[in-house]
Design a protein around this ligand. Structure first.
Ligand code: ATP
Ligand code: MG
Ligand code: MG
Ligand code: MG
Length: 565
């Protein structure tokens, strides 16, 4: 491979900024914009500038190498997709408002792919005819589209983003387990090489369907997931996925409508008293079923609940819709949402932005939207009440009983055993050994490639700026010309020599920019090694600095070259 040419900051299409962008809430967003890696084009839509593109390409390369290593074959499917296959699996509707739907000039329905199970299933249906063609793992690194409700976290949650998605096709359950295990190992290698700190956590399948699923979560303040970690055993799970056994509460004890008080912000205790249910320590919310249907739902990122159906159960005048944003800083409202998973598998999604709940809200209705001031038993009939357990810091580990630790994290990868859901919907069979058709079983596996860049920025940045691990950094060495013509000449000369030796160099050769500004920028940009041609350039002495530790020493040019090559 040809050596990468020296990148000159005097010509770089990127400017560093002194101030954080006004709309930036998370560290990676602030730093990636300030250091000139990305620019916002529209809400949740980003342009990758030269340095950012390099980092993204490095992540892609690592992902590609590790996927190839497990025998996966790279393909590239379209992002613009026809409606029909998604109609066949039900996801055209089920995906809800997150799906970008569009029409062509003839009025035909299309979508921008949020994930590609359907299309890969059809590809294999088209290409594979016999058991001899399986197992197979296919992957792509591609742009995905999701109309995220709150794309506020910069690159962490784009509406257009890069994902590596792969799909396994097997004849047997054992085969699927094997393909899943291969991915698990590949992901461990990918995230280790990226230098990300992560945990493998039990997860729920959500809109994807299927059975077993695990998430790779990278602990970080900016994360939008909460995971529970057992300090005693190997248990780790997204709190969304933790299920305790639930106790149905006797609905016979529900008082008459007129006896139910409706304080503005009922506490769990007053609420429990009004409903005649025990205010046990675990009673944090109520799951309400109406006509056998659960209506107290509203799961961010999950499927939508029919608003009309729910509203029909309420006296319209009493219904006030609120969005998840309304919960921020309002611990008097409620802490989370109850999932529609059925009584034995109810899960409670803690919204980490809201303090532990003291109050009650019933009748969530639409994704991220809830009805306030609706009272069970007064505004609608109640079939059943169930205690729902909110997982909190110190709650017992389902495996060993030790108090759980809770932390915030970024979901960087997710692996699923899908089973035959998609193969059934799209009739994917191959001829088996005995000449009879065999229904194929599938897995699907995602890595947030662009999100990993931001996650890495979150985990590695310090108070001076970005601080990349070498394998993903946009360069190996950042050479700073700190002075006049003499320093610039030396800096460029050293840069060329390093480059000739295969070292990736970014050189700050900008004229009229003070050494102080260049040092600050070098730290902000975060290349792991910094070489300064400064005061003693005339003697052939430069300064070598480690970006992370801040350690610096003066060495001769020869010594510097020897150390860096
Ligand atoms: P999240 O819970 O953060 O919304 P998800 O569970 O919807 O993510 P998956 O469908 O599991 O995402 O997609 C696989 C991977 O793609 C995720 O693990 C994540 O790393 C990445 N990803 C998902 N949504 C986004 C997004 N909006 N921006 C960037 N990366 C994303
Ligand atoms: Mg999502
Ligand atoms: Mg998720
Ligand atoms: Mg996921």
């Amino acid at each position: 491979m040809a050596n990468a040419p020296v990148q000159r900051m005097s010509q770089l299409m990127a400017k560093t900024l002194r101030d954080d962008p006004a709309d930036a809430e998370v560290l990676s967003h602030k730093l990636l914009v300030r250091a000139g890696y990305v620019r916002r084009t529209a809400a949740g839509i980003w342009t990758w500038l030269p340095l950012g593109r390099k980092v993204l390409a490095n992540v892609e390369r690592i992902v590609r190498e590790e996927m190839d290593a497990i025998g996966a074959q790279e393909v590239l499917l379209p992002a613009l997709l026809p409606r029909e296959p998604y109609e066949a699996t039900g996801r055209w509707d089920e995906y809800g408002a997150e799906l970008f739907r569009l029409k062509d000039r003839k009025g035909g329905d299309y979508l921008l792919g949020p994930t590609h199970e359907e299309i890969f299933t059809l590809l294999v249906k088209d290409q594979a005819s016999s058991y001899k063609d399986l197992p197979v793992i296919l992957y792509q690194i591609q742009t995905k589209y999701r109309d995220e409700a709150r794309p506020r976290a910069g690159i962490l949650r784009g509406r257009e983003f890069q994902m590596k998605d792969s799909y396994s096709f097997d004849l047997t359950d054992e085969g699927l387990a094997q393909s899943y295990a291969l991915h698990r190992q590949a992901y461990q290698r990918i995230f280790a090489r990226l230098g990300l700190d992560y945990r493998i956590c039990a997860a729920t399948a959500g809109a994807m369907g299927g059975s077993k699923s695990e998430e790779f979560l990278a602990p970080a303040e900016a994360g939008e997931d909460t995971f529970a970690d057992c300090p005693n055993c190997d248990y780790a799970a997204n709190t969304e996925a933790i299920t305790y056994e639930l106790k149905p509460v006797d609905a016979a004890g529900v008082p008459a409508a007129e006896d139910i008080p409706t304080p503005d912000t009922p506490t769990i205790e007053t609420l429990a008293a009004s409903l005649g249910v025990p205010a046990s320590a675990t009673l944090k919310n109520l799951l309400v079923k109406v006509d056998g249907e659960i209506v107290a739902v509203g799961v961010p990122g999950d499927r939508e609940v029919d608003l009309d159906k729910v509203e029909a159960h309420f006296a319209p005048a009493e219904v006030e819709l609120v969005t998840a944003e309304d919960f921020v800083g309002r611990p008097d409202l409620v802490r989370g949402y109850v999932g529609p998973q059925g009584l034995d598998k109810v899960r409670y999604i803690a919204d980490p932005r809201v303090a532990p709940g003291t109050a009650w809200i019933t009748g969530a209705n639409k994704q991220d939207t809830h009805a306030r001031n609706v009272v069970a038993g007064r505004d609608f009939e109640v079939d059943e009440y169930v205690d729902v357990v909110v997982v909190q810091e110190g709650d017992p580990c389902p495996q060993c009983g030790t108090g759980l630790r809770l932390d915030r994290a970024i979901e960087i990868g997710h692996i699923f055993q899908l089973g035959r859901k998609y193969a059934d919907a799209l009739k994917l069979d191959v001829l088996g050994q005995n000449g009879k058709p065999v229904r194929v079983t599938m897995g699907s596996y995602g890595v947030g490639v662009s999100r990993a860049v931001a996650a890495l920025a979150e985990q590695t940045a310090d108070d001076k700026g970005l601080c990349w691990p070498q394998e993903v950094a946009p360069a190996d060495v950042h050479v700073v010309a700190a002075g006049k013509a003499l320093q610039t000449e030396l800096a460029l000369d050293v840069s060329e020599k390093l480059s000739a030796a295969g070292v990736r160099v970014l050189v700050d050769d900008r004229a009229g920019v003070s050494p102080g500004v260049k040092f600050t920028d070098a730290e902000l940009i975060g290349v792991p090694r910094i070489l300064v041609a400064g005061r003693r350039a005339g003697e052939g002495v430069v300064e070598l600095k480690d970006r992370r530790t801040g350690e610096r020493e003066e060495v001769t040019v020869e010594e510097a070259l020897a150390r860096l090559t």
